[in-house]
Design a protein around this ligand. Structure first.
Ligand code: CTP
Ligand code: MG
Length: 174
């Protein structure tokens, strides 16, 4: 593949996932600015005595993440790549947020407390969720772009979280 075509494909894939990254980052800010948020699991505990998702997954984070992620997706499509609007702008952030919730569900079942780290799943849960969403929509990314985006998102997630910790947005650097 020639380098120009590769660069173009790469930028398109990156822009496709940008709303997922925004949707995943928005709740961190929301969790800081909104007082008295409402946990999605309504503090429900399962038989194992642990929360269904934990207090880190709130309706406010979910809804604002979905709204801002989807809005961002629309702007990217219309302004940056002049593509027609599609439901993908909604499905990508939705998949990201559901993937993040599923990640917390898995962490709780493994006995990991809210906010404690589970390397790889913490960085990639939303990426896996949005990729499933993209595939369900009928767009099948190549294995190369799935792997490449996975590595990029992992690194971006690690460094943006470190930055968020340094500026006081997060209490932990992961
Ligand atoms: N958040 C939220 N609602 C969501 C997702 C995230 O309010 N649906 C906010 C919470 O304030 C959360 C923060 O964003 O603490 C960071 O999200 P994340 O790292 O995914 O949650 P953790 O607190 O680390 O909890 P977990 O161990 O379940 O991942
Ligand atoms: Mg976390």
């Amino acid at each position: 593949m020639d380098i120009g075509l590769f660069a173009r494909k790469f930028i398109e894939t990156f822009l496709l996932y940008l709303p997922a990254m925004i949707a995943n980052a928005t709740p961190v800010v929301i969790g800081k600015v909104i007082r008295g948020t409402h946990p999605i699991d309504m503090n429900l505990k399962l038989k194992d005595g642990r929360p269904l998702f934990g207090r880190g997954k709130t309706w406010e984070g979910f809804l604002f993440g979905l709204m801002i992620g989807a809005l961002f997706g629309l702007v990217v499509k219309l302004v940056l790549i002049h593509y027609p609007i599609s439901l993908l702008s909604f499905y990508v952030p939705l998949g990201a947020l559901l993937g993040d919730i599923l990640g917390s569900f898995i962490k709780r079942r493994l006995g990991i407390k809210r906010g404690d780290p589970l390397p790889l799943l913490d960085q990639l849960d939303f990426y896996i969720g949005s990729t499933i969403s993209i595939i369900a929509y009928g767009k099948i990314p190549s294995l190369t772009s799935i792997l490449l985006m996975g590595i990029i998102i992992y690194l971006l997630h690690r460094y943006t979280n470190l930055l968020a910790f340094k500026i006081g947005l997060k209490n932990v650097p992961w």
